[in-house]
Design a binder for this molecule. Structure first.
Ligand code: KIV
Ligand code: ZN
Length: 433
């Protein structure tokens, strides 16, 4: 792993803001190969899944949901490939999703035969609209589905004692379910699975559809943690979607509200507006001095692999990693950045206006920080000449050069290269050159 360059320099104690902060990385679970994949126009091929799997391992994921093998033959085959070709490192646990139906649960355990350790992720839907309009059942009917599913998972697991089993339950549509009913149905599953402090069950709380302010979702999570039975024998997991654009915020607040684990995808691929973006959340932690325990120091590699597997382009302004994130076009920003960069000592904590982290931590270069277009002031052109061509202009010349630079950029309606700035400089100040 190439670790983040500046990580050691960030001092948590040096926080300038009051309030609650996340103090440590959560357990992460990537659902790229399941939730991410099921939302693609063209689902991943076996080769693409293998490519994505390798990336997830390289990034440091220890829990990876690899598919829904009872619902999809390619998912089944991929799980078999992982197990039969010894592709799962000892410290990594695969997870598979299954609906609470007997025949699907049986097929899921067949798919997992021979796994050293696996998380079986059982779910059924719990919200009023799902109960009343989709399943046409009352609350007792829905609880019954969960109870029978949990029993079936437990008895199937006993048929394969060589595998170390971890059970996970999701009340799908938790975010739109009455909170006391969500507690009741999870308590029913917990009664069946009988978790222990050293043999925990994962209860995963999904914002299947993000329906509220992120703090309201976090309040639900807090209430849940306070009212569910055997809290100390549970891992409380969060699975948010981005319908209101707040999936990361909701997951972060849910951690503050007592959750332990976060499910999401790289760059936020997933159903509709996507799943919670793990890259953004991990880098948010990093920027606050917390080691995210995932290695995003080479985001270009992440972007290339995700784009190749999903055929979805990454937005150039994607938080932390988009290609335009470490650029500044406006003159005042350029000037401020230039002043800070010249004062930034390598051994000191990073403290540069408009650049919350050192772009080098993500393999990006200082050169690309400043670009020159019609919005730039004098600082940008001077910086470009200095950085790229080694030409240092006195201040009065920087001022003189600003107008022709701006005019050319306006005519050209785009960015100027260092060589163009140099040509302008020669035309205006060295006419006989
Ligand atoms: O969004 C969701 O609710 C899911 C569950 C199956 C966990 O993906
Ligand atoms: Zn989901």
């Amino acid at each position: 792993h190439r670790r983040y360059r500046r990580f050691a320099a960030i001092d948590k104690a040096d926080r300038r803001w009051p309030g609650q902060h996340i103090e440590a990385a959560p357990q992460w679970c990537s659902v790229d190969l399941r939730d991410g994949n099921q939302a693609l126009i063209e689902p991943m091929t076996v080769e693409q899944k293998q490519h994505m799997w390798q990336l997830l391992l390289n990034l440091g994921f220890k829990q990876i949901e690899v598919g829904f093998p009872a619902a999809s033959q390619p998912d089944y085959d991929f799980v078999r490939w992982l197990i039969e070709h010894n592709q799962i490192p000892d410290d990594v646990t695969i997870q598979v999703l299954v609906q609470a139906r007997d025949e699907l649960i049986e097929r899921t355990f067949e798919a997992l035969q021979g796994a050293r350790k696996a998380i079986v992720h059982l779910y059924n839907s719990t919200s009023p609209v799902q109960r009343e309009r989709v399943f046409c059942l009352d609350k007792d009917g829905i609880v019954d589905i969960a109870r029978r599913g949990a029993h079936k998972v437990k008895t199937e697991a006993q048929r394969y004692p060589a595998t170390e089993w971890v059970f996970q339950y999701s009340p799908e549509s938790f975010s739109t379910t009455e909170i006391d009913f969500a507690v009741e149905i999870c308590n029913t599953v917990i009664d069946v699975w009988q978790p222990k402090v050293d043999d925990k069950v994962i209860i995963n709380l999904p914002a299947t559809v993000e329906a509220s302010l992120p703090n309201a979702f976090a309040d639900m999570v807090e209430y849940f943690c306070d009212h569910v039975q055997h809290r100390d024998c549970l891992v409380i997991s969060i699975h948010t979607h981005n319908d209101r654009g707040c999936a990361v915020a909701a997951a972060e607040l849910a951690l503050l509200a007592g959750a332990d684990r976060i499910e999401g995808t790289l760059l936020g691929n997933g159903e509709r507006t996507g799943n919670m973006d793990i890259v953004t959340m991990a880098m948010n932690l990093y920027s606050q001095g917390i080691d995210p325990e995932l290695d995003f120091s080479n985001p270009d590699d992440v972007i290339a692999t995700v784009e190749a597997c999903t055929r979805i382009k990454t937005h150039p302004r994607h938080p932390w990693v988009g290609e335009l994130v470490y650029t500044a076009f406006s003159g005042s920003h350029q000037d401020a950045i230039r002043k800070c960069l010249t004062q930034q000592d390598d051994d000191e904590p990073w403290d540069v206006a408009y650049l919350p982290i050192d772009p080098q931590d993500l393999g990006r270069s200082y050169q690309s920080v400043i670009r020159v277009n019609s919005q730039s002031g004098k600082g940008g052109a001077a910086y470009l000449l200095e950085q790229q061509l080694g030409i240092e202009l006195p201040r009065w010349l920087q001022v003189e050069l600003a107008a022709p630079v701006q005019q050319l950029a306006e005519r050209q309606q785009g960015e100027l290269e260092a060589q163009q700035v140099l040509k302008l400089f020669r035309q205006h100040f060295m006419p006989r050159d």
